[in-house]
Write a protein that binds this ligand. Structure first.
Ligand code: NAP
Length: 634
């Protein structure tokens, strides 16, 4: 997240100590701040300072640039009102720093419980209130569908025991573990982190004995704490992280990846055990139908035919039989049917004929061969190997991606969703606070790219050809939709994005590619996802020449990167889990084209429909409607 003057923050305990220092650091960057604290006098002083700082960034504001909200963070009602006031004033929440904290002033064995200095009060302020504030902040960030950062101020006393105050140590340990378990919220663009300094010279830190402080090489300078907090806010890779700050070692993330690897189980392994099985009437036929490419041709209909094939009595060792329910249609189906993906020069593409068509499908495992332990009959599965335009497929079990449901939306998450998710992360190195341009944005993969870019906190510009598509893109939260049937893309980009675009997810090719390249900002990255406009030319696809490309890239430190999903198979399960989580939590929409294609005989129609430019969202073919209806009811 880039720290910019339009952001707003809540800081609990912002009237003094670390909370005050962080509030002032945010104010120096023009950020609106609500100070939530007990102490009215100190809180108002901080607000006055922030307003002075903010005046440099904002003129003629119709609302205050900082507010003091008196609130006991342990009072849920007061806290809710404080968050509501902030949201009402600033229209959202980008940063929440939970810094309010106390120490227990009586030795543990003398604690009378329930008094103002009791261990119970320490836990209420330092842990329970932090949990409640985090909850309020997450809900506020989810509601505004914007990226956000929450920093819970923990303490080094949560990483190792502070013998003088067990309740304090317990509360901070709780904050750290609580915060680390919130890491999955990063998939919604919400990063929750803990900042764990050793002793800082504040009212609270000064309670610690000088011997103890000097054994730790003195108090931590406040600048170091601010540096750590700003790093957690701006660095997108930090989510669920715990930053330990010491004079002895500097800023250090804890635990280290090596420590973490000792106990971490890959999340996809955990998911596999909870995959439901569909014990339907899975009768195995003696034969089944599939689509084969018999002639190399970019005209899919001319290249293919439906063929019946026999199903052997037993499934090969380590293989499974998948009953296909839905198959996904892709722009590249025509590249495959023309033999473009075969790279073995000695054989030539024609040497592979006949071969099976289709890239992706979901279905149910119907039989397993010997040696297969990872999946069982009835498991809902996705496959991303060639040959999925078929009623059944036999594939090595290691190629199976177990999925929660064999639904059309899951098919959309395969080639289309995974391409957007992995390409934006690995090829575009997408951050937040950037401008991202997506072409063919209302298509199968474009719809995912715009939403993921938005969830990461970017400004999104999208091109499409048609009013219905433009409406969909607006609903998905795109900031500037360019319907090229109504507006000239080049003119809009030149006029409204004169500094250029930081990231371009480009899948149209031809003139669109040229236009995008000219619209790229300094340091910009253009990712070549495809070139659908070139796939079906009368004479096929001709390699293009780009004279002057190197000079252009050199002059602006730009990058043009290619992306081919097949080369990222190691990341498929991880990104599929991420997309499914976003989808099931309501943060990602999956738009299916409303036109129904049923049965293998409709596949060529579906491929042609996708290339007509009329489709909106993902095009799928329902291979067996009778099975799909049964599954839908489960
Ligand atoms: P899609 O975007 O659903 O394709 C349909 C959209 O493409 C249409 O709505 C239209 O959008 C545009 N379009 C169709 N024909 C066109 C033409 N002749 N000229 C210009 N635009 C045309 O298809 P998809 O399967 O998701 O694929 C999109 C792109 O991503 C393709 O280039 C594909 O090859 C690529 N892809 C690449 C990878 C990879 O690993 N690199 C993986 C998946 C897909 P508008 O007219 O509204 O712009």
């Amino acid at each position: 997240m880039e720290l910019k003057p339009c952001l707003s923050a809540i800081v609990t305990g912002g009237a003094s100590g670390i909370g005050k220092a962080l509030s002032l650091a945010l104010a120096e960057r023009g950020i609106f701040v609500s100070i939530i604290d007990f102490s009215e006098e100190k809180g108002k002083q901080v607000v006055a300072y922030i307003e002075k700082q903010n005046a440099k960034f904002h003129k003629d504001l119709k609302f205050p640039s900082a507010m003091f909200i008196r609130c006991d963070v342990t009072d849920t009602g007061e806290l809710s009102s404080a968050f509501a006031k902030h949201l009402e004033t600033y229209g959202g929440l980008d940063i929440c720093i939970n810094s309010a904290g106390i120490a227990t002033l009586v030795p543990f064995h003398k604690d009378q419980t329930d008094g103002s200095n009791s261990w119970r009060r320490t836990l209420n302020v330092n842990l329970i209130a932090v949990i409640q504030c985090t909850l309020q902040a997450i809900q506020a960030m989810q509601a505004s569908k914007k990226a956000g950062v929450i920093i819970n101020v923990g303490s080094a006393a949560g990483l190792y025991p502070l013998y003088g105050d067990p309740a304090y140590s317990a509360s901070k340990g709780g904050v750290i573990m609580f915060t680390r378990t919130l890491r999955p919220y990063k998939h919604q663009g919400i990063r929750v982190n803990t900042l764990c300094p050793e002793f800082v010279e504040t009212d609270l830190g000064s309670l610690v004995g000088s011997k103890m402080v000097s054994s730790l090489e003195g108090f931590i300078p406040m600048e170091m704490v601010i540096k750590g907090a700003l790093e957690l806010i701006t660095d997108e890779t930090k989510a669920g992280s715990c930053l330990w700050i010491t004079n002895r070692r500097g800023l250090e993330y804890w635990p280290t990846p090596i420590e973490e690897a000792k106990y971490r189980v890959p999340s996809s392994k955990l998911k596999r055990t909870s995959i439901p099985t569909y014990l339907l009437d899975l009768k195995l036929p003696q034969s089944f139908e599939k689509i084969v490419v018999h002639t190399l041709n970019h005209n899919f209909r001319a290249a293919t035919r439906i063929m019946r094939t026999t199903l052997g009595m037993s499934i090969k060792r380590n293989h499974v039989l998948v009953k296909i329910l839905y198959a996904g249609v892709n722009a590249s189906d025509v590249n495959f049917s023309s033999g473009r993906y075969f790279t073995d020069k000695s054989r030539g593409p024609a040497g592979n004929l006949p071969f099976d068509a289709g890239f992706e499908a979901v279905g149910i495992i119907s039989a397993v061969g010997e040696g297969v332990n990872s999946v069982k009959v009835g498991t809902a599965a996705a496959v991303m190997t060639f040959g999925s335009y078929a009623e059944f497929m036999i594939v090595p079990s290691k190629f199976i991606l177990p999925v929660a449901r064999p639904d059309p939306e899951v098919v959309a998450m395969l080639t289309s969703g995974l391409t957007a998710s992995i390409a934006l992360e690995k090829a575009a190195h997408m951050d937040s606070g950037q401008t991202v341009l997506v072409t063919a944005a209302a298509g199968g993969t474009g719809q995912f790219a715009v939403q993921l870019a938005k969830l990461a906190g970017n400004k999104v510009v999208a091109t499409c050809g048609g009013e219905d598509k433009a409406m969909l893109l607006k609903k998905l939260g795109v900031d500037r939709v360019i319907n090229y049937k109504k507006e000239n893309i080049k003119d809009v980009l030149k006029k409204e994005f004169s500094k250029g675009v930081d990231i371009i997810y480009e899948s149209v090719g031809g003139e669109m590619f040229d236009m995008c390249l000219n619209a790229l900002a300094i340091y910009g990255r253009l990712v070549v996802i495809g070139m659908i406009s070139q796939y079906q030319g009368e004479h096929g696809w001709k390699p293009a020449h780009y004279p002057g490309l190197c000079e252009k890239l050199l002059a602006k430190s730009q990058t043009v990167a290619g992306f081919f999903l097949v080369q990222y198979s190691r990341l498929w399960q991880q990104h599929l889990d991420k997309l499914f989580n976003l989808y099931s939590s309501g943060n990602l929409k999956v738009n299916m084209d409303p036109r129904r294609f049923v049965g293998l005989q409709s596949v060529a129609d579906a491929v042609e429909y996708l290339h007509s430019g009329k489709s909106i969202g993902k095009v799928v073919v329902c291979i067996d409607p009778s099975f799909s209806q049964v599954v839908a009811k489960l």
